[in-house]
Write a new protein. Structure first.
Length: 249
């Protein structure tokens, strides 16, 4: 049997080594690119809490990962003359659609949420909410022209609590002009309910530094005057009566 020359054996051995490195390096690149994509998705949910700090950390991590990917690509190309194909970017999730159908004419959109659970009513009609138990993702509710009363029920199950909401133009926003109580009264959500004895909502100042994406900074977290988790009100009922002069603006 004819023996291979040492040079041929060495080249064949190098090809096998490169082939192995090719697969391992490609896997590392794919894992890094997938990690970058997953990290971007997580940042979108956390960005409202500590936007500047998270964004800075994300950019540093992304920069480091891109640098590692570039170095691995150079190594792979140098070893076997192969340039890996770039990974396709995942399709972004669509923005949640308004949870209530418009009722003729241009309407206003109210972005509202509660920590920890929320129910909403317009003139006594309950509105379907998609994110009623996720405080950092507000629901968008269409407020038709002519709407008289916005009524909301908030439930606290954990430490922090509060209700916050606003329209993009500030036409409606939670503050002390709302009224809140801790006991349910029959017909409390109806537009013709008499809330003249209800006290104004209390502003939870310590939560003003807890912003929510899509809600104006001049909107306030509101509750009754007893927001304490241990001894405070676990369920509250709040109302906002839109002034007559503004119902058709």
């Amino acid at each position: 049997m004819k023996k291979f020359k040492p040079t041929v054996c060495l080249l064949f051995f190098c090809f096998l080594v490169c082939l192995g490195e090719d697969k391992e390096t490609a896997k590392k690149i794919l894992k890094l690119e997938i990690a970058v994509t997953e990290l971007k998705d997580k940042v979108k949910f956390l960005i409202s809490l500590h936007a500047k700090e998270i964004e800075k950390r994300f950019k540093d991590i992304e920069k480091t990962m891109k640098k590692e990917i570039t170095e691995l690509q150079k190594t792979l190309k140098k070893c076997c003359g192969v340039t890996p194909k770039p990974t396709q970017k995942p399709t972004q999730k669509p923005t949640p659609k308004p949870t209530q159908k418009p009722s003729g004419g241009p309407d206003r959109r109210l972005n509202i949420t509660a920590d920890d659970e929320l129910d909403a009513y317009l003139d006594g009609n309950k509105v379907k909410l998609k994110y009623s138990t996720i405080w950092y993702i507000p629901d968008t509710v269409l407020i038709p022209k002519g709407t008289k009363v916005i009524a909301v029920k908030g439930i606290n199950e954990y430490a922090d609590t509060g209700i916050i909401g606003s329209t993009p133009d500030g036409f409606i926003r939670t503050n002390s002009s709302w009224k809140c109580i801790n006991k349910r009264q029959t017909g409390w959500e109806e537009s013709d309910f008499d809330d003249s004895t209800w006290p104004p909502a209390s502003i939870i100042k310590q939560y003003d530094e807890k912003p929510v994406t899509g809600i104006r900074e001049d909107a306030n977290w509101i509750w009754t005057d007893n927001p304490s988790f241990k001894t405070g009100d676990k369920t509250v009922y709040c109302r906002y009566t839109i002034p007559k002069s503004k119902r058709f603006l």
